[in-house]
Design a protein around this ligand. Structure first.
Ligand code: FES
Length: 280
């Protein structure tokens, strides 16, 4: 910020990567004190729009596939089980219209919905708060996440423990997909489910809360062997964390695609190329 005089400043806005977005004076700023106004000339609206559409499509698809259709659209074929239904929770006591996915999906969903990256993304896309850096937002004040209802976002650090349980569970499903009727083999579905477990691991282990868990609360990284080990783990988590947005999107897209792929093979809409032959 550059001070011109007591009443006028020049403010320059930069994005996360240090790229200059716009420079404006306080005089201009007061003229721009209306929702949606900005001096930015780049396509600042493109990313929030894309994110809004992407999240909407995923929420619609996953709700229909996992919650509404549930037992009415096969989610299992041969050695493949859709990750939306992993681990399979099935009992005769539950009526058929109740999807087994709803007993498990609350854990990964609460983790994703409260993720720091997704929060930023959907606050921008759906609440326009703010729509982008240096773009006027509708609200005149900002209470943050310290009051109701957004204080609930703080459950993220607890949801993380639930999500960590799903990392070995999904790897178990991926490894199982290489074994069918006593024979080790490989299919396109095995590769997709393995990619899904890999991306899910990168997303979960790069979580900001997990980074704090492994490296937080220490005054020094060098005092003891234990601290040195924690530093090494913290470095690995930090390198994942630096690309958290990419892990978030790639894992979201692939988990949805894995589910769709298993459904399509089970419904005989497509053929799975594999070493076992047909599953039917
Ligand atoms: S911050 Fe994104 S998963 Fe924790």
């Amino acid at each position: 910020m550059k001070v011109i005089n007591k009443n006028q400043f020049i403010i320059t806005y930069f994005n996360l990567y240090g790229v200059k977005l716009v420079t404006q004076s306080t005089q201009e700023e007061s003229l721009l004190n209306r929702y949606g106004k900005t001096l930015r000339t780049d396509r600042w609206w493109f990313e929030p729009l894309l994110v809004g559409i992407g999240l909407f499509l995923f929420i619609m698809y996953s709700t229909v596939s996992a919650a509404i259709l549930g037992n009415y659209w096969s989610y299992e074929i041969g050695p493949y089980l859709s990750p939306f239904f992993e681990p399979l929770f099935y009992t005769d006591v539950i009526p058929k219209w109740v999807s087994p996915a709803i007993f498990i999906l609350w854990a990964p969903l609460s983790f994703r919905m409260t993720c720091y990256y997704y929060r930023r993304a959907y606050y921008r896309s759906y609440f326009l708060s703010p729509p982008a850096c240096a773009v006027r937002e509708p609200a005149n004040s900002y209470a943050g996440e310290s009051t109701v209802p957004l204080i609930v976002q703080n459950i993220h650090r607890f949801a993380m423990y639930g999500a960590l349980i799903f990392v070995p569970i999904l790897w178990n499903g991926a490894i199982r997909s290489f074994y069918w009727e006593g024979e080790i083999g490989i299919g396109v579905g095995s590769l997709i489910l393995t990619l899904n477990a890999f991306l899910l691991s990168g997303y979960t282990l790069g979580c900001h809360s997990f980074r704090h868990l492994v490296g937080g609360g220490l005054n020094s990284f060098t005092g003891s062997k234990y601290q040195v080990i924690r530093k090494k783990v913290w470095d690995m988590v930090s390198s994942l964390n630096a690309h958290h947005k990419k892990w978030a999107w790639s894992s979201l897209i692939i988990v949805g695609f894995s589910d769709l792929y298993v459904h399509m093979v089970a419904a005989e809409w497509i053929v799975d190329f594999n070493t076992w032959g047909s599953f039917f």
